[in-house]
Design a protein around this ligand. Structure first.
Ligand SMILES: Cc1cc2nc3c(=O)[nH]c(=O)nc-3n(C[C@H](O)[C@H](O)[C@H](O)COP(=O)(O)O)c2cc1C
Length: 202
């Protein structure tokens, strides 16, 4: 098995759904022979010590153990999987703040020529999964990244039905990450490893 490719899985998660997808992706990338960094973006509250959780939100539930993400986790990687909960149809603030911290690296072209792919979670089925995934893609284009979407490249992708990226619907926090979402996460992560390896070798 090759270990010639580096993958960073970077996510923000408040109630733990996106964290669970991130963990599945990191494990898959390791199984595919990549060197992997699993990193979390802290909640704005813990970063600033000020504001609490979003109004009406459940208590924090990300129990995945991972170091805090930093710019070097992108510079180091050949492929980056970025995950955020959907908030009002868009990227959650903490992950967006992390993206906004990448200006210096972007200016030096240090984010270019890497493979990027996104994932998300929502509460409702039509609550904005695709708009969040496309918003992530917008940043990937600005980076000069190579965007790798899962598409319907495996027959199993017709079960989750989202060609833009892995997206779990938690149905009001009543539906934990299930086999369908885990399968989608594994397909996406394996594909990112494969393309990152090819781009790096090119
Ligand atoms: C402020 C806020 C805004 C949200 N906006 C949406 C939304 O637009 N559409 C949706 O379906 N769910 C929305 N949700 C629900 C979360 O996207 C959903 O529960 C997700 O699974 C949480 O991911 P996490 O467990 O990784 O934090 C929102 C939650 C919060 C706290």
């Amino acid at each position: 098995m090759h270990t010639d490719v580096r993958i960073s899985v970077i996510y923000y998660s408040f109630t733990g759904t996106v964290a669970e997808i991130a963990r599945e992706m990191a494990e898959t990338a390791e199984k595919e022979g990549a060197e992997v960094r699993l990193r979390k973006v802290p909640d704005a509250a813990s970063a600033t010590g000020k504001a609490a959780a979003p109004a009406g939100a459940a208590p924090a539930g990300d129990t995945v153990e991972a170091p805090v993400a930093c710019v070097d986790d992108l510079l180091w990687a050949d492929g980056v999987l970025l995950g955020s909960p959907t908030r009002f149809g868009n990227i959650a603030g903490p992950l967006k703040s992390f993206l906004d911290s990448l200006g210096g690296a972007w200016r030096k072209q240090q984010l270019a020529d890497k493979v990027y792919s996104g994932f998300t979670a929502t509460s409702s089925l039509h609550g904005g999964q695709e708009s969040t995934l496309l918003a992530l893609t917008t940043s990937f284009h600005h980076f000069g990244g190579v965007v790798v979407a899962p598409g319907y490249t495996s027959p199993e992708k017709f079960a989750d039905g989202n060609p833009y990226g892995t997206a779990h619907c938690d149905e009001g926090r009543t539906r934990p990450v299930d086999d369908t979402t885990r399968t989608a996460a594994r397909i996406q992560a394996a594909r990112v490893v494969r393309f990152a390896r090819a781009v790096t070798a090119a």
